[in-house]
Design a protein. Structure first.
Lengths: 228, 228
DNA sequence: GCAAAAGTGTTTGGCATACACCCATGA
DNA sequence: TCATGGGTGTATGCCAAACACTTTTGC
């Protein structure tokens, strides 16, 4: 990966970068890490990622770097391959092709440590994740668009919601990611008619107001559906 | 890329493989090339592809190999990135990660040479493209599914139809790729209501029977649509 | 009893589906 | 005139969208 002056680059090398999304307090968040790679990137930030070992797949590498650099247990994540970025100048230090992954994790599934921010890894609202290293703004933008698109025709949002949730939570998360205002009655009718969720009988939220019925996804697999 | 006994593999190398589809005589065709790489692959067949140079993008490499190995002018193709295949054992000769592309070209746009079959490159019906080298059956299957899916919600079929076509040709191609039987009246109503095609005024097919109106796509860009 | 969120039904219009016959042409 | 493919309309049912009030709870 090092570009020395002595020997020319023979081959491009391969990296895996991962966009880890979660959702908390009404906002879509992305996990960022500190990037400090002089001379080009000094004390800046980017997505967790790194090179692929000869003995691991791109997805293995994505998971390894998420654990090591972002401090999130990969076993808690749902991940899909996003896109492979191969612009020749995307890494000024040498020729690196990056396989990018889109990963989702419910906030409630994270440990206290994983939820928290440190000097080397932290959660940032997607809207304020600017000036990232490499081509990571492009990767993040790609991932955000893909997520927006996927939630409208798959059950992938199940991977961002807690195991049990209210229909209002579902609707708010869906609407926040799309920046759309939804009709409560129509949203509920659609979701229920699709048959993708079932009420957890007898379980309701607590709190100051009228309790809400809890639901869960019937299947844990991400499926294509007709249109939410 | 060579795996010698002398030095261990340092890095994976990157290749680009391309699934080039065309459509002729009622059948979806894929371009195959001869593969002869002893000791593992002797006189067998596969998708056109090869390594990425340090100075080119994955898409550049895809186009270059399509020209060199498949004998098709890349400028005639429409291409989309498909998926990156990184299974450790996908190439028995060493560690190769492959960025796969899905490319489309109308049969009518091909030259006589490009339409024809040689000992090193030929068109095969997708259904009979079996026993390909490497993981190319998996790649082809992935590409076929993606194509089937994309034609239902984008205008990508414009890249497989000739510039001017009849609605019957459109319908037949659409139905053949999906293996679906379509209702002629409903198909026409939908396509016309979507506003993606316009009649070429005054142009009709010749032939033995009643002439058919020719249409063209209004836009040459591939767009997402509501549902064909 | 009040503040806050949960939960519920109806009307309307548009679209998908199913379905069968006449038209234009060349041989 | 016949064989072949081109071209058209209607009825039905479902679904999306618009829209406002009542219920339940904790304080």
């Amino acid at each position: 990966m090092k570009e020395t002056n002595k020997e020319p680059i023979r081959f491009a090398v391969i990296a895996a970068d991962t966009v880890v999304f979660t959702y908390n307090d009404g906002k879509l968040l992305v996990r960022l890490t500190k990037v400090d790679r002089p001379p080009f990137f000094v004390d800046t930030k980017g997505l967790p990622g790194g090179l692929i070992n000869p003995s691991e797949t791109a997805e293995d590498a994505s998971r390894r770097h998420v654990e090591d650099k972002a401090g999130i247990a990969a076993s808690k994540l749902y991940a899909e391959q996003l896109y492979t970025f191969s612009r020749v100048d995307r890494d000024p230090r040498g020729r690196v092709v990056a396989v990018a992954y889109l990963a989702l994790v419910p906030w409630e599934k994270l440990s206290k440590e994983e939820q928290s921010n440190s000097a080397t890894a932290w959660w940032s609202p997607v809207v304020s994740a600017k000036k990232l290293a490499y081509d990571h703004n492009e990767v993040l933008s790609f991932a955000t668009k893909r997520l927006r698109s996927r939630i409208t025709y798959t059950t992938v949002l199940a991977k961002l919601l807690p195991r049990e949730f209210t229909l209002t939570e579902f609707e708010n998360m869906y609407g926040a990611i799309l920046s759309a205002n939804l009709d409560k009655r129509n949203f509920r009718k659609k979701v229920l008619k699709l048959g993708i969720v079932s009420p957890v009988t007898g379980k309701f939220t607590g709190g100051r107001f009228r309790p809400a019925q809890l639901y869960k996804f019937i299947s844990t697999d991400v499926k294509e559906i007709e249109v939410i």
